[in-house]
Design a protein around this ligand. Structure first.
Ligand SMILES: Cc1cc2nc3c(=O)[nH]c(=O)nc-3n(C[C@H](O)[C@H](O)[C@H](O)COP(=O)(O)O)c2cc1C
Length: 204
């Protein structure tokens, strides 16, 4: 694959951000304990509202305790490829602020930030991951006896990217497609709020 194709933004953002993509194809290469610790450590050092660190990660590894249970909580459309990922991570947050006992309105926000840091570290190590909203939280909650104070937000399928040819045909096609993004002009306004719709010109 040429460098031109790997880089997706036309601007020189950091390679760890620009080369990241969400794979469905995973190689058989295992994730070592050290590699796993590094990606989790990267998440640990994320900033959070009041330094609450509301995120919790339940990690399972292929063939080991809990993995089959977490896999069985995934939507079948995800389980069909995620079973090749050597690591699954159930992302959770505590909704309660430890200091005041009231609701942490930024808990999900902070988990998203932690997942982004985890993702950047994984990419820097040559790994790939795909986050999944397509799972049944209550199935996972029951399987692991997770208390109600935790929201079960998403699952990460983590490993080393594999050969798209190993995927079933429909997924293979999607693995080869580069994902697109809304233009900055739709996402950002300066000085006053401007609600721009998809397709607006950068000036519009
Ligand atoms: C919170 C979240 C949930 C997602 N859920 C799923 C999912 O259930 N199944 C899936 O195949 N991809 C899922 N994705 C992957 C997105 O579809 C993907 O990130 C998006 O299309 C952009 O592609 P890229 O990550 O390769 O740039 C999810 C991503 C995020 C961040």
């Amino acid at each position: 694959m040429s460098d031109e194709k790997v880089r997706r933004s036309h601007l020189p953002i950091h390679a760890v951000l620009n080369e990241r993509f969400s794979p469905r194809a995973f190689s058989a290469r295992p994730v070592t304990d050290t590699e796993l610790e590094l990606v989790l450590e990267a998440a640990r050092w994320t900033c959070s509202s009041m330094n609450e660190q509301p995120w919790r990660f339940l990690v399972t590894r292929q063939g080991r305790e809990g993995h089959a249970a977490l896999l069985s909580a995934l939507e079948p459309s995800n389980a069909v490829w995620a079973d090749k990922a050597p690591v699954l991570i159930l992302n959770m947050v505590s909704r309660e602020l430890s200091r005041y006992g009231n609701e942490n309105h930024h808990a999900w926000h902070d988990l998203g930030a932690a997942t982004a840091q985890l993702t950047a570290q994984a990419t820097a190590l040559g790994m790939g991951l795909r986050q999944l909203a397509g799972f049944h939280p209550e199935v996972a909650r029951a399987a692991f006896a997770i208390p109600a104070e935790f929201d079960l937000v998403s699952v990460v399928a983590l490993g080393f990217p594999g050969d798209p040819n190993d995927l079933e045909e429909a997924l293979r096609e999607r693995e080869w497609q580069y994902s697109t993004r809304k233009p900055l002009s739709e996402l950002v306004s300066y000085g006053r709020f401007a609600h721009r719709h998809r397709g607006a010109t950068p000036e519009g």
